[in-house]
Design a protein around this ligand. Structure first.
Ligand SMILES: *[C@@H]1O[C@H](CO)[C@@H](O)[C@H](O)[C@H]1NC(C)=O
Ligand SMILES: *[C@@H]1O[C@H](CO)[C@@H](O)[C@H](O)[C@H]1NC(C)=O
Length: 143
């Protein structure tokens, strides 16, 4: 029984909710500050509005696709969830976007912004981050 509880804990520990500054520091360590001209504050802002920094966030869209993880990456274009058509441009299983092994999601986000739409691919960025003063998103984080 104790073993079972332990295994359950390990499985659950896989997902993670970051604080704003924790996430800002992780992004910086992965070279996201200035990646493709996008500031750290923009990445933090979009993560806040897409997932509230929760790697386990999942949302279903009306077109039958699903958005996964801290960046809410879409299954129609970027990852494979085994349901419906996908371009799977990040060459990953969508479930890999849901763990605290966040390098997978960050690499996929880098792939997304290399497309012509750039960071405009994210509705939350267009609605909440674009052309705004974003200094509060990294304030006090030492980044
Ligand atoms: C993705 O990974 C999950 C969990 O490891 C697995 O159950 C699922 O079949 C995989 N899906 C695809 C499309 O490979
Ligand atoms: C952005 O907001 C911060 C504090 O909220 C302020 O100190 C700063 O001057 C503002 N920057 C611009 C360009 O307005």
């Amino acid at each position: 029984m104790r073993c079972l509880v332990f295994l359950l804990f390990v499985a659950l520990a896989n997902a993670r909710v970051y604080t704003r500054c924790e996430w800002a520091r992780v992004l910086k360590n992965y070279g996201m500050d200035g990646y493709h001209g996008i500031s750290l504050a923009e990445w933090v802002c979009l993560s806040q509005w897409e997932s509230s920094y929760n790697t386990a966030a999942i949302n279903h869209n009306t077109d039958g696709s699903t958005d996964y993880g801290i960046f809410q990456i879409n299954s129609r274009w970027w990852c494979n969830n085994g349901r419906g058509r996908t371009s799977n441009a990040c060459h990953i299983n969508c479930s890999e976007l849901l763990t605290d092994n966040v390098g997978v999601a960050i690499n996929c986000a880098k792939r997304v912004v290399r497309d012509p739409n750039g960071i405009g691919a994210w509705v939350a960025w267009r609605n909440h981050c674009k052309n705004r003063n974003l200094s509060s998103y990294v304030a006090g984080c030492g980044v």
